[in-house]
Design a protein around this ligand. Structure first.
Ligand code: 3H9
Length: 696
């Protein structure tokens, strides 16, 4: 009956300890138990007060996000807090770990809050496209003032309890003996004639705070990285209610707004993203007790842009890094680039001068491969995309690196198994595909080869996390997950240009969708010449991009590409000359020109890419569809409010998507655009990706 909450009595004080691993979320059975046990304590004359606490590192992480879409059953946290506020016995929250969302709201509804030093509290609902739904928007302004409460709710940030104490959100922070202190608070409160309740206080501040917040948040919402529209507006309206509505009426309006937002596409997308990120951490064959190889020293082979970025990432996380490049001038250039990066970080206040110096001191430079890898526990090869060169390096590494060392390649495309075959240790060969700039981008595709051992994988995943990356394990296929799917978008971008779209029209469709930049802007940033050179070496051509590159328009680095970049302008200016170049190519290739509408552009840029995602799932290149979403959210700028490409497919409707792809294939005469067998099957049988995600 009371599963999920332990009830103990200590010297006349009832301790309710939430125990619902892994994070003490407020699942229905926990809500039920809390409601029952608070009544039990209240009704027992031998009990003079209650202390509410949690188990482990988390106090309570809030609503059960995994069940958030299920119909609400049983008593709520609102019911629990209403009971607490009606009690004559003090109820003290003993916050022993992280208290978030509904967890922090429970604490706010208690008569006092005592927290153990070093923990965090917050209302992160906005990061899920929600507002607090258990009284947070009404009690917090009464404790910390409207302006501070709004800032906390809209940013969703986690505060250290020491800051929460300064702001008035908790009453005491203690270094040890939390329960002892909480018991003392119970007795202190018993001595008072009236128990303090947040609901009885007036929120400090006034409507000008709300108006100021409205103006500021309208402008800053996007920058804060939260759902800047619906949730922000609902938060502002709810906090405004704390001034001009009756407390209980405001609570009812809060839960109404929470319920409305919960079913919104933005909240659904953000909740999906949250869960997909957690699910991607579950890798078949890798468990918490899988033995790891201790890694202290990492050798990075190749001192180009990628190598330098990887070296910075590793040095920042405390690894000893040996940067190896046969060309001394490349080493010098990398050293300069790295020094500039650290200088920028210190200049912008992102890193202290001392920390930058310590990190820089972890880097050593070698032009001799044998010397550079002699002490390595992990070697990351980051030379340019030439398979013969990579094979030669792997064969040498097999001889030169210590026997225990893991050999990783940062290749974006190549066959990890073929590289493993060059070595005498295929089980210790793996792909580590970083994204540029490697010291900034969070995504790391970890490529599991046919022979890669669980131990190798586990070690690399640990390193990824220690360096602040979000690793996603993928299988061996050309371009792995992200680039393989992106290729479809690149192909359609080129076709759309030839058919008559301008780069601006194409890019705007995607920026309106929520990407920070479109495909043409992205290519201008990355350099149009990179793929052009690769194609040239293979005797291939792609139009119109190769004619654009032939004209020396390589993107931002040459001041013009798809756009013009006059001195000091980084956003790109439309260029009629580019349109003429493209029209010339279209004429030469006899591509009929027409006006293509925004909807068609959007579908052609996104749907073939998503279709490829279905092929990747079908081939087992990822463990679950959600992994693809994590790749796109963290490596390709897919807007979080849209949840990732596979989530977008599900929201759009798999049947509609498959039918659209069929129509596209027919009208464009491109059979390869047909929906994959897997997509068609799911579409026709009413299957769902969420179900597959939930099974894995
Ligand atoms: C809310 O509260 C609404 C209220 O206002 C109104 C209603 C009362 N539910 O992150 P981790 C799982 S909205 C269910 O790796 P960490 C997670 O999926 C909620 N499950 O741990 C994973 O599962 P699995 C507002 C949850 O130590 C496992 O726990 N609250 C929840 O790195 C470990 O997760 C939030 O937004 C949950 N609420 O970090 C807080 N949270 O093992 C969200 C986690 O099966 N949570 N899981 O993959 C967090 O920020 C972090 O999990 C936390 C721990 C900091 C608590």
């Amino acid at each position: 009956m009371t599963e999920g909450v332990v009830y103990e009595v200590n010297d006349g004080i009832a301790v309710l300890r939430v125990d619902n691993p892994p994070v003490n979320a407020l699942s229905p059975h926990v809500r039920l138990a809390l409601n029952e046990l608070i009544r039990k304590a209240d009704e027992d004359p031998a009990i003079r007060g209650v202390v509410l606490t949690g188990t482990g590192k988390v106090f309570v992480a809030g609503a059960d996000i995994k069940l958030i879409n299920m119909p609400r059953t049983g008593p709520t946290i609102g019911d629990f807090l209403a009971h607490v506020e009606g009690m004559r016995k003090p109820v003290v929250a003993a916050v022993q770990g992280t208290a978030l969302g509904g967890g922090f709201e429970i604490a706010l509804g208690c008569h006092a809050r005592v927290a153990l030093a070093g923990n965090r509290v917050g209302l992160p609902e906005a990061t899920l496209g929600l507002i607090p739904g258990a009284g947070g928007t009404q009690r917090l302004p009464r404790l910390v003032g409207a302006a501070v409460a709004l800032e906390m709710i809209v940013s969703g940030r986690h505060l250290e309890v020491e800051e929460a104490l300064r702001l008035g959100a908790v009453d005491a922070v203690v270094e040890d003996d939390l329960l002892g202190h909480a018991f003392a608070w119970v007795d202190r409160l018993l001595a008072r004639s009236l128990l303090p309740r947040a609901r009885d206080r007036q929120p400090s501040g006034d409507m000008t705070d709300i108006e100021a917040a409205r103006t500021a948040f309208d402008c800053k919402a996007a920058e804060l990285g939260t759902n800047g529209t619906a949730a922000t507006q609902a938060a502002i309206a709810a906090v405004a209610d704390s001034f001009d509505r009756d407390f209980d009426e405001a609570l009812a309006r809060e839960i109404e707004a929470f319920t409305r937002l919960r079913t919104s596409p933005v909240a659904q997308a953000r909740i999906h993203a949250f869960l997909a990120e957690r699910a991607a951490r579950h890798v078949p064959g890798v468990k918490s007790d899988t033995p790891r190889r201790p890694v202290d020293t990492v050798a990075v082979i190749g001192a180009g842009t990628m190598g330098a970025g990887i070296a910075i990432t590793l040095a920042n996380a405390g690894y000893a890094v040996c940067v190896v490049d046969a060309a001394v001038e490349s080493l010098d250039a990398a050293r300069t680039r790295i020094n500039t990066t650290y200088g920028d970080l210190v200049g912008r206040g992102r890193m202290s001068a001392g920390a930058a110096e310590t990190a820089r001191a972890r880097l050593r430079w070698f032009s001799d491969l044998a010397e550079g890898v002699a002490e390595a526990d992990l070697v990351i090869e980051a030379v340019y995309e030439d398979m013969d060169l990579k094979k030669r390096i792997f064969a040498e590494l097999s001889r030169l690196a210590p026997d225990h060392a893991i050999l990783a390649s940062n290749t974006s495309y190549q066959d990890i198994d073929a590289l493993a075959r060059e070595t005498a240790r295929p089980e210790r060969v793996v792909g580590m595909h970083y994204f540029s700039p490697a010291n900034v981008m969070k995504l790391l595709e970890v490529v599991r080869g046919a022979a890669t051992s669980p131990q190798t994988l586990a070690s690399v995943l640990d390193i990824a996390r220690r360096t602040g990356k979000i690793p996603v394990v993928v299988g061996v296929c050309y371009g792995f997950v992200g680039n393989r799917m992106l290729w479809q978008r690149t192909v359609q971008t080129q076709k759309l240009l030839l058919e008559g779209c301008s780069p601006r029209e194409i890019d705007t469709v995607l920026t309106n969708f929520g990407f920070r930049m479109g495909p043409c802007q992205m290519q201008d940033l990355a350099g149009i010449d990179v793929a052009w050179r690769l194609r040239k070496a293979r005797g291939e051509r792609m139009e119109p991009v190769d004619t654009i590159a032939d004209a020396g328009r390589w993107g931002q680095k040459t001041g013009k590409g798809y756009y013009l970049y006059p001195e000091g302008v980084r956003t790109g200016v439309d260029d009629p000359e580019l349109l003429e170049i493209v029209a010339g190519v279209a004429g030469r290739l006899k591509v009929p020109r027409r006006r293509v509408g925004g909807e068609e552009i959007r579908k052609r840029l996104l749907f073939p890419l998503i279709n490829e995602g279905f092929r990747i799932v079908e081939e087992g290149m990822v463990e679950r569809p959600g992994d693809i979403d994590v790749v796109y959210l963290h490596g390709y700028g897919w807007p979080r409010d849209k949840g990732g490409p596979m989530h977008h497919a599900e929201t759009y409707g798999l049947k509609r998507l498959a039918d659209d792809l069929d129509r596209m294939a027919e009208t464009l005469g491109e059979e390869e655009l047909r929906p994959t067998r897997f997509l068609r099957e799911l579409a026709d049988t009413g299957g769902s990706l969420a179900e597959i995600d939930a099974r894995t």
